[in-house]
Design a protein around this ligand. Structure first.
Ligand SMILES: [Zn+2]
Length: 406
């Protein structure tokens, strides 16, 4: 039997161990910026599975290394989760793994802890089964703060901790298919200024909310005119929040701010999105100002990173070696040809592929429709399948990228 076929067999033998590890990850809550306990648990598992080195970087992400060859491959799953929401909406306990009918339920099961369990175990299969690991270095990464600011921790890692990564695999849920991109996004604020006056004499002031009103109407119209791409879908803009500044309820407000979530399809960028908003007649007539929002993230390590809230669109071509390797890894290790698709939501790929230009694909257990829901779940039989794919990917990539056949 070829090594690639033994990965699945061995993965199935380990399914129970992986499920126990996943249950531990779920019962170790890890909201963004509070990931230290789960980092500890993942590091212990990597050490127990025989990783060559386990480290934690300055921003708090955990990194396990296997091999020390020249081609650097990064497997990334984020290890933070969103909060529970209304506890009454949960049928099971959020921070306790519940298994029913072969499906494991709990906060983070689909997004993204099942991938962490499968990646950590899958990469270890390479060593255990004695596959050739001399030509690559595999970095299995658990990144922090993805839910608060996608890409921030992975970008820090790829520019400070792991240099020269040639390809990145994201474990975000793909339902065991191969994904190769998603829409980008940007967050803007638009401000109008007015002049405060007593509300008993509005003619003495300038109402900043009234100045905003035609801008709001034109933004709603703009949404209908935005570009569409046949693979990624349509660019969109949503007015998601509005604020006013006023001396009192009995005064004419002198400031108004609206917040926009702008999703960017192929061909759109922060510059094009900014130019479209600035060109709206009401923005010019109202002397409104446009601001790209920023994110400040202080990690549990104490390090603070700041970044513009612009997350670039990215797509890797279907015939790229990384995508071909993803399909081949499934064919060799799982005996099936996966679909090649894209995510609806955003991932850490905004930094690896979007900002740094490193070819990135996705393969993960679970279905993305359960992410952030009170029904967060992953089928247990996804774990060995994903683990076998992760074990098979490095050799498939070396072959597809022309680094010598495997
Ligand atoms: Zn996620």
């Amino acid at each position: 039997m070829k090594t690639e076929e033994r990965f699945l067999e061995e993965g199935r033998r380990e399914q129970e161990g992986m499920a126990r590890f996943l249950a531990d990850l779920i019962s170790t809550p890890s909201l963004s910026r509070r990931e230290n306990a789960v980092v500890q648990r993942i590091g212990e598992q990597m050490t127990a599975l025989g990783y060559d080195e386990v480290t934690v970087d300055g921003f708090g992400s955990v990194v396990g290394r296997i091999g020390h060859g020249p081609v650097h491959i990064v497997f990334d799953s984020h290890i933070d989760t969103v909060d529970v929401g209304d506890p009454a909406s949960w049928r099971t306990e959020p921070f306790k793994a519940t298994i029913e009918g072969g499906v494991l339920f709990g906060r983070g099961a689909s997004d993204n802890k099942a991938a962490t369990a499968a990646m950590v175990h899958g990469a270890a299969l390479i060593k255990r089964l004695g596959a050739d690991a001399s030509r690559f270095t595999l970095h299995v990464v658990g990144t922090v703060q993805e839910e608060d600011c996608d890409g921030l921790a992975l970008e820090y890692l790829l520019t400070n901790t792991i240099l020269g990564a040639e390809v990145v695999v994201l474990g975000e849920a793909t339902n065991l298919d191969v994904y190769r991109g998603h829409r980008g996004r940007a967050e803007f604020a638009i401000h109008t200024r007015g002049r405060a006056a007593h509300a008993s004499a509005p003619e003495r002031g300038v109402n900043a909310i009234y100045r905003m009103q035609p801008i709001i109407e034109q933004i709603e119209g703009l949404n209908d005119r935005l570009a569409t791409d046949s693979f990624l879908g349509k660019g969109t803009v949503v007015l998601s929040k509005i604020e006013a500044q006023t001396p009192s309820i009995n005064a004419v407000p002198d400031g108004c701010t609206i917040y926009l979530d702008r999703r960017l399809t192929i061909g759109e960028s922060v510059e094009s999105a900014r130019a479209e908003l600035e060109a709206l007649p009401a923005v010019q007539e109202g002397a409104a100002t446009l601001e790209l929002l920023r994110y400040d993230g202080t990690a549990y390590t104490g390090l603070t990173l700041s970044i513009d809230k612009y997350f670039p669109t990215w797509v890797v071509p279907e015939d790229h070696p990384a995508v071909r390797a993803g399909v081949e890894a499934a064919e060799r290790a799982l005996g099936r040809t996966p679909n090649v698709g894209r995510w609806v939501f955003s991932t850490n790929g905004v930094s690896s592929a979007g900002r740094l230009g490193i070819p990135t694909i996705g393969f993960g257990p679970a279905n993305e429709v359960y992410a952030h829901t009170a029904d967060d779940q992953c089928p247990l039989d996804h774990l060995p399948v994903a683990a076998a794919w992760y074990a098979a990917f490095p050799a498939a990539y070396l072959a597809a990228a022309g680094h010598g056949s495997s």
